[in-house]
Structure formats: C-alpha cells, structure tokens
Write a protein that binds this ligand. Structure first.
Ligand code: GTP
Ligand code: MG
Length: 198
C-alpha cells in the first residue's frame, strides 16, 4: 500500500519498521536483499522518485516501510516542504512505528543532513538504528573508521548510542542480523512481560 498520509496507512496494528536515508544510499537494494525480492523496491527509478509512504507486509506479521529519501538536490522547495511535512507527521504520530532504520553509506563520514535527521529522531524519542550500507566497497579498517566517526559525533549529544549494524546488498552481509533484530523486537511486543533474551 502506498500513501502520502500516515492516517491512511494500514491500521491493523501490526508493528512497522521504517527505512530511510539519503538518496542513493542503497535503500531499495537493501529492502530487496532483506526480502529476497529483486523487484520489490525499484532500484532503477530516478533518484527522488519515491514520494510516498510504502507499506510491505512481511510474513503476515510486520510491515516494512519504504520512505522517500532525503538529500536529493534537484528538488523544488515546495516538494522539499511536502516531504518534510509527510515524514515529520509520520515519524511523530504513527503509533505502530516500532523502529526507524536510518541508512548511511559506510564510505562517507557523518554528513550534516544525516546527523540532523538522526538527532531529530533522538530528540523526539523515536527508536532508531543506524544501518551502514555498501560495506563490500571497502576494507574492514575503512568501514570501522566511518563507524567510529559516527560514534564520536553522536557521543557528543547522545547518552546511549543507537544500535548500529553493517550491511551489504551485494554480499548479503548483515541480513540475518537485521532480520533477527526485528524478530526479537516483534517477540518482545507479543510478550512484553518476558525479560529480554528469553
Ligand atoms: P534512490 O531510491 O535513488 O534514492 O536510491 P536508493 O537509496 O534506493 O539506492 P539504490 O538501492 O537504488 O542503490 C544506489 C546504487 O548503489 C545502485 O547503483 C546500487 O547498485 C548500488 N548499491 C546499493 N547497495 C549496494 C551495496 O551493498 N554494495 C554495492 N557495491 N553497491 C550497492
Ligand atoms: Mg530507491
């Protein structure tokens, strides 16, 4: 289902997990890798083309939500403001939203636009995790350097760092870890009285 208004999105109460990030970060590729469905999110469309909130029902249990990315340069002011309103409303008001995965490119040091978005989520108490993409494009040391620079910057404002994980849509690295993470949260939601890890 695709919508521009969070109030018209599915209202069956299933938990949902949103994926967002700068244009070209590898969001569509990651979604297709996670779902093992090459055609689910279009990787061929022009950047900035996704303009709606897209819900994909997974295993009849949870929703994967594909959101239009930010940081696309060739976009009008009106379109940018529309994006801002739609995303802000969705993030702040969507009750079913359980976690936001913010995708960042593992090759690029922290950028203002990503930090702004991450801090917006943090300030508003919206649970989030950072997903580093395209780790196959670098060696371990280079990936670690990017992760560490994020940790350094976020440590300035955050008491506790968000969960971070490394992924590659090419090698499928991180797929099990990300899906396990979602499964664990879903299990917690079903039996909130259980202590974590049991
Ligand atoms: P927009 O929807 O245009 O904003 O981009 P997106 O974030 O959905 O990125 P997309 O998945 O379309 O990927 C952008 C480019 O990066 C494509 O050329 C992909 O093939 C490439 N890419 C994405 N993920 C990976 C990855 O894990 N490894 C490598 N090597 N390339 C990747
Ligand atoms: Mg895309």
């Amino acid at each position: 289902m695709s919508n521009s208004d969070y109030r018209r999105c599915p209202d069956d109460g299933r938990p949902e997990y949103a994926f967002i990030g700068r244009s070209n970060v590898g969001k569509s590729s990651l979604i297709n890798m996670l779902t093992h469905n090459k055609g689910l999110a279009k990787t061929s469309v022009k950047p900035g083309k996704t303009q709606l909130i897209n819900h994909f029902l997974i295993n009849n249990e949870w929703y994967l939500v594909d959101l239009p990315g930010y940081g696309y340069a060739r976009i009008s002011k009106t379109a940018r403001e529309k994006w801002q309103r739609m995303i802000t409303d969705y993030m702040l008001r969507r009750e079913q939203l359980v976690n936001v995965f913010v995708l960042v490119d593992s090759r690029i040091p922290p950028q203002a636009i990503d930090l702004e978005f991450i801090n917006f989520l943090g300030r508003n108490g919206i649970p989030m995790s950072i997903v580093f993409t395209k780790i196959d494009k670098q060696n371990q040391r280079e990936v670690a350097a990017t992760v560490n620079s994020y940790k350094r910057v976020l440590n300035e404002d955050w008491e506790e760092l968000p969960y971070m994980l490394l992924t590659s849509s090419v090698s499928q690295y991180g797929r099990d870890q990300l899906l396990d993470y979602i499964d664990q949260i879903n299990a917690q939601l079903k039996s909130p009285q259980d202590p974590p890890g049991e």
